[in-house]
Design a protein around this ligand. Structure first.
Ligand code: ZN
Length: 409
């Protein structure tokens, strides 16, 4: 590995050693102590390097800046501190596999765990790269600590290369991304960027520029209960009505029957007795008009059931979750335009993708900070087969460098 990759790698190993698993049932902010520990470590390191305005706020979010040395927009670079709770994130010991030549990578001999290009075909795009995996006992935590390592190494590069002209580069490391709660605490006024990028995601060249529109709903069914022997023409049974509502939704509009930019309704929970039932679910669609139509279609099903079961009372509530950032990014195209140019100049074939989920960037975009997501050079996140390519990490570094240089005048 070259010097740049070595710097990124050494930082990554240091950050990966801190257990920052977030916790969905915790009410603390951040949800776990380890995130504060890593945040403090990063703040100290960035102060040492010479970043300006280094701060870790009361919620554990880290902010810092590389001050401008030229005119240019203020560009934000974001990554997250936490790792997912689905798999062990404690005692992570990254293993280096130098100069990958294709074929299988043994993650753990003892557990017979093999990382193969058959199941991870993108490995074959990394011939000659140094690959990093975990040791079979944990996830790797490259999601998103390699993002952090790339960003800090990039800031260090700018600070030691004053000949590179750039506007203000704002850096922030967020909390609790994996449980979806952290971004709400992000302080846009403090950050003051014109646009930003999250460095967090798989597959070199895949750019998330859109995401689902998302609502959740709760349907309440009140029935009419009586002795089943005398129930004719009278009983309204919420157990059956709930099942009837769920099965009336078209089968080709479910998560298990849709892909790409097709939306769905997911029924997630039903609790039912003879006197009442509650059905919970979510609605997802990239297209806002079709998203609204899905909710109208659900309302229509409820109307039909109200007519079919006059002795039951059926109501529902819809709660807004998040919206597609695509419209924001198209309205303020600078972030995406500069990114596309940087990718082309770097020789990366790219594809604009609408994510089948939400991203922190989506929420930030909708709050006024256009924030597409750039891949962070890892794959297979959230499990023991997570891997990263240091060749890709360097690519990401170079793409960010071009973005920052190209934006400055
Ligand atoms: Zn992530």
């Amino acid at each position: 590995m070259n010097d740049l990759q070595k710097k990124i790698y050494e930082r990554f190993v240091k950050y990966a050693a801190v257990d920052t698993t977030s916790c969905g049932v915790s009410t603390a902010v951040p949800s776990t102590e380890g995130q504060l520990e890593l945040g403090r470590m990063l703040a100290a390191e960035m102060k040492e390097i010479g970043f300006a305005n280094v701060e870790i706020d009361k919620n554990g979010i880290v902010y810092a800046e590389v001050p401008a040395n030229a005119q240019g927009p203020s560009i934000g670079l974001l990554a997250h501190l936490d790792t997912v709770e689905d798999y062990c994130g404690k005692d992570v010991k990254p293993v280096l596999h130098p100069n990958y030549q294709g074929g299988d990578i043994v993650i753990s001999q003892e557990k017979n765990m093999i990382l193969s290009p058959k199941t991870s075909p993108n490995l074959l795009k990394c011939i000659g790269h140094d690959i990093v995996t975990a040791d079979g006992n944990t996830l790797l935590g490259a999601d998103d600590k390699i993002g952090i390592a790339i960003i800090i190494t990039f800031g260090e590069y700018l600070l030691t290369h004053p000949e590179i002209k750039h506007g203000p580069v704002k850096v922030s490391f967020g909390i609790d991304e994996e449980i979806g709660t952290g971004v709400a605490y992000f302080d846009l006024d403090k950050f003051k960027a014109d646009f930003a990028y999250t460095i967090d995601g798989a597959d070199l060249g895949k750019i998330d520029y859109g995401n689902f529109n998302a609502d959740r709903f709760v349907i309440h069914i009140e029935g009419t209960n009586c002795h089943p022997g005398n129930a004719k023409g009278f009983m309204a049974n919420p157990v059956r009505i709930g099942a009837d509502i769920i099965s009336s939704w078209p089968e080709d509009k479910l998560p298990e029957t849709t892909e790409k930019e097709e939306g769905f309704v997911l029924f997630m929970n039903i609790q039912a007795q003879l006197d009442s039932a509650v059905v919970k679910g979510i609605v997802r669609h990239h297209d806002l008009a079709q998203f609204e139509q899905f909710k109208k279609d659900l309302e229509k099903i409820l109307d039909e059931k109200r007519a079919k079961y006059p002795n039951a009372k059926i109501t529902w509530e819809v709660f807004k979750q998040y919206r597609n950032m695509k419209d924001v990014l198209e309205e303020k195209p600078q972030a995406l335009d500069i990114l596309k140019k940087a990718l082309a100049d770097e020789g990366v074939e790219y594809e604009l993708i609408q994510a089948r989920g939400g991203t922190d960037g989506a929420q930030l975009s909708l709050r006024g900070l256009p924030t597409p997501n750039i891949f962070a050079s890892y794959e297979n996140a959230h499990g023991p087969f997570e891997w990263l390519s240091l060749g890709w990490s360097e690519k990401v570094f170079n793409i960010i460098k071009r973005i920052v240089e190209d934006s400055a005048q």
